[in-house]
Design a protein around this ligand. Structure first.
Ligand code: MN
Length: 327
């Protein structure tokens, strides 16, 4: 999906955006962001957050729905990305992905659409006409310096490995959880896993103590180390843990997304759909996309399969954008 905010705010610098090298439990509430348009969806965004820039290389986390696509269709026209991977993960519904490499792929719950933007790609995402209610996550992963100008790519993974412990099952979308490794391409030491615990079930997720981790509660049955975690909130756990206990309640199964990885130390400048390092780089990407919309051949290519106009980039702010580090 796209960051459709018409005035994408510059992500703030400094503040509490530091890596905790010790275990912590800081619960961050999502902010509600309208994606634009009279029938547009509202998403719950927990990354980037005023208090947390990234978790590992995870740099963007939107949780949306459930919504009826007949009433509120997802229609995200062609738009560009640079310097990141987009991870599309659905809990319900169907979304069609079309990109400038010619990929066309419907994604459904349990399978992964992973797009690696590298130096530049364009894509469109739309809910399918008969889709059930849509609930999903749009996640971005920042690419590290050696890989961020690489070739764009698209992968679909219908088969993903599962780790089971007690009453807990974890589907590993990206990276590695314990001994279980996703086949999807990753460029930094990272984990993303969709975790389910049955009613009154519990289990332990193995964590790498050198990595930082966070848990996003996808429903209201999630207990983290025995403590309830409100739906939609992201609990930042810091580094220094070798495991975390997840449990459900008597009434509810629990569903959560584990995000983690080696702390990403490079400065990042995230603006609109670009993940770069400097104002000039992001301004150049914006200018090139504007010429692409006007018909020029650019690094972003063209989403030939999409019938309709592309998204225009918002105006840059009047001041220079600044990258944001991790302390
Ligand atoms: Mn997108």
């Amino acid at each position: 999906m796209s960051n459709l905010e018409r005035r994408p705010e510059e992500t703030p610098t400094g503040g509490l955006a530091t890596v905790s090298h010790d275990p912590v439990r800081r619960v961050l509430a999502p902010r509600e962001v309208p994606l634009g348009g009279p029938r547009g969806m509202v998403v719950r965004r927990t990354l980037p957050h005023r208090e947390l820039r990234t978790v590992g290389a995870w740099c963007f986390c939107d949780d949306y729905g459930p919504s009826d696509p007949a009433e509120h269709p997802m229609v995200v026209p062609p738009h560009p990305h640079t310097g990141l991977q987009t991870v599309t993960w659905l809990l319900s519904g169907e979304v069609l992905h079309q990109d400038s490499l010619g990929s066309e792929q419907v994604v459904r719950p349990g399978s992964l659409n992973l797009m690696t933007a590298g130096r530049g790609i364009a894509h469109a995402e739309t809910s399918t006409p008969g889709s059930p209610d849509l609930r999903g996550l749009q996640l971005w992963v920042a690419l590290p310096d050696p890989d961020r100008d690489g070739d764009p790519g698209f992968e679909h993974h219908a088969e993903l490995p599962v780790l089971a412990d007690g009453g807990l099952t974890a589907t590993v979308l990206l990276g590695r959880l314990g001994d279980v490794e996703s086949p999807a391409s990753a460029y930094t030491p990272i984990v993303g896993a969709d975790v389910s615990v049955g009613p009154e079930g519990s289990g332990t997720l193995p964590l790498d103590p050198a990595w930082e981790h966070a848990v996003l509660a996808l429903d209201d049955g999630v207990r983290l180390g025995g403590e309830p975690l409100p739906t939609g909130s992201l609990a930042y756990l810091g580094c220094g843990r070798d495991g975390v206990d997840l449990s459900g309640t008597a009434a509810h199964a629990a569903r959560a997304m584990l995000l983690g990885g080696e702390p990403f130390e490079e400065e990042l400048l995230m603006w609109w759909n670009f993940v770069g390092r400097s104002h000039d780089e992001v301004a150049a990407a914006r200018a090139e996309w504007t010429s692409a919309v006007e018909g020029a051949a650019t690094r972003f290519g063209r989403v030939e399969a999409y019938d309709g106009p592309a998204l225009l980039a918002p105006e840059l702010p009047g001041t220079r954008l600044r990258p944001r580090g991790r302390g």
